[in-house]
Design a protein around this ligand. Structure first.
Ligand SMILES: C[S@@+](CC[C@H](N)C(=O)[O-])C[C@H]1O[C@@H](n2cnc3c(N)ncnc32)[C@H](O)[C@@H]1O
Length: 235
């Protein structure tokens, strides 16, 4: 890895997630033990992912960041059989549930990895690996003192600009209007990303393929509709 790749990690970085001791169900524990060799990518110290080898083919690859319990990840794996999807998550119960579903539904086109995405991109991913990146409902960190913890930050975009393929697309959804506006500012200020939405407010239409997850529907019920962003990586 080049120095510029690991700069984001120098002196530590602000975690964008809450540490949770989420209890594993028996099925999730079993899945982690028995299905990891098939579905979990090894991102231990010094390992660089070999995605063509992991998927057994070289094609279109999407990265989903923070897939939670995997509702979108699994829906897209079924919708896009010709696309390979890498899901990165730090929350172990979600990893177990997704691996179990991949096995039950015989879905061959998903691999998951347990890492902070910043660390994953900085240390374990070759350049030009992803055609598309999805970040759906990141923790909003609404308080001023926590803004540095928001996942949408310049360091993440710098890493994505190298790990995505030119012309690649970045999609973000959030149910917090202030976060959408903040993300727009960070993305608009980045020299490598360009807004693909033609709307005056800079936001994008909700893609009809994105399923209504429990997280999103809870937001809607509480009067927080989702806001989408759609950006492209310049060549
Ligand atoms: C609010 S939840 C949303 C989950 C899911 N995307 C959904 O829409 O239901 C955000 C998720 O992102 C994960 N996450 C946050 N920061 C992350 C990071 N830096 N790397 C990987 N996962 C992260 C959290 O563990 C959590 O599961």
């Amino acid at each position: 890895m080049k120095q510029e790749d690991t700069d984001a990690l120098e002196g530590g970085w602000s975690r964008s997630y809450r540490r949770r001791q989420g209890q594993l169900t028996r099925a999730q524990r079993l899945a982690l033990r028995e299905l990891s060799p098939r579905f979990l990518l090894d991102a231990s110290w010094g390992v660089t992912l070999d995605l063509p080898a992991a998927f057994g083919r070289q094609g279109r690859v999407v990265l989903e960041v923070g897939f939670g319990m995997g509702e979108n990840l699994l829906a897209q794996a079924e919708r896009l059989p010709d696309t390979d999807i890498v899901g990165v998550e730090v929350h172990t119960p979600g990893l177990g549930s997704v691996m179990r579903a991949l096995d039950e539904r015989a879905l061959p086109n998903v691999r998951v990895v347990r890492r902070d995405v910043i660390e994953l991109l900085a240390r374990h991913v070759p350049d030009a690996s992803f055609d598309e990146v999805w970040i759906f409902f990141p923790e909003p960190w609404p308080r001023e003192k926590d803004v540095h913890r928001r996942l949408m930050r310049t360091e993440l975009l710098d890493l994505l600009a190298r790990r995505m393929r030119p012309g690649g697309e970045l999609r973000l959804a959030t149910d917090v209007r202030a976060y959408a506006e903040y993300a727009l500012e960070v993305l608009d200020a980045h020299p490598r990303f360009t807004n693909l939405s033609a709307r005056d407010d800079g936001l994008a239409a909700r893609p009809e393929w994105r399923p209504m997850t429990k997280y999103e529907s809870r937001g809607v019920e509480r009067g927080r509709p989702s806001h989408d962003l759609w950006f492209g990586l310049l060549a």
